[in-house]
Structures are given as C-alpha cells and as structure tokens.
Design a protein around this ligand. Sequence first.
Ligand code: MN3
Length: 199
Amino acid sequence: MAFELPDLPYAKDALGDFMSAETLEFHHDKHHQAYVDNGNKLLEGSGLESKSLEDVVRGSHGTNAGLFNNAAQHYNHIHFWNWMKPGGGGTSLPASIQAKVDSDLGGFDKMRADFIAAGLTQFGSGWCWLAIKGGKLEVMKTPNGENPLVHGAQPILGCDVWEHSYYIDYRNARPKYLEAWFDNLVNWEYVEHMMKEAS
Ligand code: MN3
C-alpha cells in the first residue's frame, strides 16, 4: 500500500528545547516527506505494492536498495515520532519493560548506558535500538536506514542519530542529544505497546 506521511502526535513546539519546532519542521515535513515521496515512486512496479510496510522493508532488503532505504526510513520515522512525548523519559518504566530490562540488559542504568553508547559509536548516520530477538531484549545499532526488522528482530525503541535529527539543537554534540533524548523525551508507554506487538 502507498506510503503516507503521518501527522506528528504532538504540536511542533511540544518537545521544548529538547527537540525544537525548527528541527521537527525540517525532520518531519521535509526529510520524512521525502522518504514517503521517493518510497512511493520506487514502490511502483517493485512487486511489493500490496505488502505491509514491514514486509516491504524485509522484502526489499538486499535486492532493491533505493526502495529499502526509503521504506525503512519511513518505518523508522513513523515510530520515532511516537517514541517521543512531551514530559517523557524518566527512570520509572512500565513494569513489563522494567522486568525485561532487568532480566536481559542488567538493569536500567546499564541499559541506558549501552543504548547511548550504541548511538555514539554508530559511525556516521544510523540508529540505535532496543529490540526483541528470539524473545530476548537486545541493544542494537544500524547504519543509515537499516533497522532490526532485517536482523530477525523487532524494534521496540529507536533513536535517530542522523545529523538532521540533532544538528539544529545540539550542533555536533551527539552525546548531549542522546542523553537529553533518553532522559526527557522517551515515550515508554509506546515502547510497551511495541513490546506487546512483538510478542
Ligand atoms: Mn531522521
């Protein structure tokens, strides 16, 4: 099915200084829109037109790089907008997420440190993730538009570390962006929703 740009689930200025209206205007209205428009052009005639977005991502990986890049970025950004909310972050997670973090990732502090380190060490553009693979929660990182779907895993949280995500607000300071994002913006209820979908 054709890709469509979703509305942001909050006002452009709702995330305050942690992610400015100017960043969201460019990132959502220009960058995400471009993935949608280019993805739709490349979807035509690909043989994947009737598939779900997830299946377009998996089905184009390794065979149709143009479609894959745009479809994967469309998927990533649909969730990225929802992985943030005004007044998000904090240290009290939904019980089901906390239990998984404790059993699989060594507790909140270690999970936070490992997630931020994954984002910092992703050289160039890409994403860092919490993803469910084989029933276990893992920290992952991927280059460019790639995501856990093509590694047999289901993402439940992802942070965009392309410069377009932070350069206006943080300039080159990716560590500051990752810490501010994790501590103040993460919508843990949406992470819980994604974990339910994954199981
Ligand atoms: Mn982006």
